[in-house]
Design a protein around this ligand. Structure first.
Ligand code: ZN
Length: 174
């Protein structure tokens, strides 16, 4: 029997349960996608790799977008219990769902995010399957310069480093 192995803390949320948080990484990726799609809409699928936490942003093949809509081809969804809902952008800046959004939210998914122009850190709202605004915590830290810095490669110089206090070589004249 196939039993997918998932990380799960004892007593913690079960895999497939409604997420209560989104990773900073995932949210930042979505905001970046929305910015690069502007002035068109951006649409993606939210997935939980960890129970209770949205971790992944999936781009569905066949998703089309214009300035007023992003159409998902939901038959392209992976068969996956971790798929939690949708995220899409509103180039207008509005953070509330349109009538068409409400139809989508009620049709499918547990959590749906709307991100609005200018797609800053606070330019988003989360909704449940009834289109009611809901709280979603953001987990993780903003990648700081320390995390972004790569280790610096220093090529070997071909000689030993100068060591302070080392005795000088005997002078040839002696
Ligand atoms: Zn919308």
């Amino acid at each position: 029997m196939f039993r997918p192995h998932r990380k799960r803390a004892p007593g913690g949320p079960r895999f497939g349960s409604t997420p209560t948080a989104i990773s900073r990484n995932c949210l930042d990726s979505a905001l970046a996608c929305a910015r690069s799609s502007y002035p068109k809409e951006f649409g993606g699928i939210l997935r939980s790799e960890e129970p209770g936490l949205i971790t992944d942003l999936l781009l569905l093949p066949g998703t089309t977008s214009g300035t007023r809509h992003a159409n998902f081809q939901l038959y392209m969804l992976p068969v996956d219990l971790g798929v939690m809902g949708t995220i899409h952008s509103h180039p207008s800046g509005a953070l509330h769902p349109s009538d068409a959004d409400l139809m989508l939210f009620r049709h499918w998914g547990r959590r749906h995010l709307i991100v609005g122009y200018p797609f800053g850190a606070g330019s988003w709202r989360a909704y449940d399957g009834n289109g009611e605004e809901t709280h979603l915590a953001v987990r993780g830290t903003v990648a700081g310069p320390a995390e972004l810095a790569l280790p610096v490669y220093r090529p070997p110089t071909g000689r030993l480093p100068d060591s302070a206090g080392a005795s000088p070589l005997p002078d040839d004249a002696e």
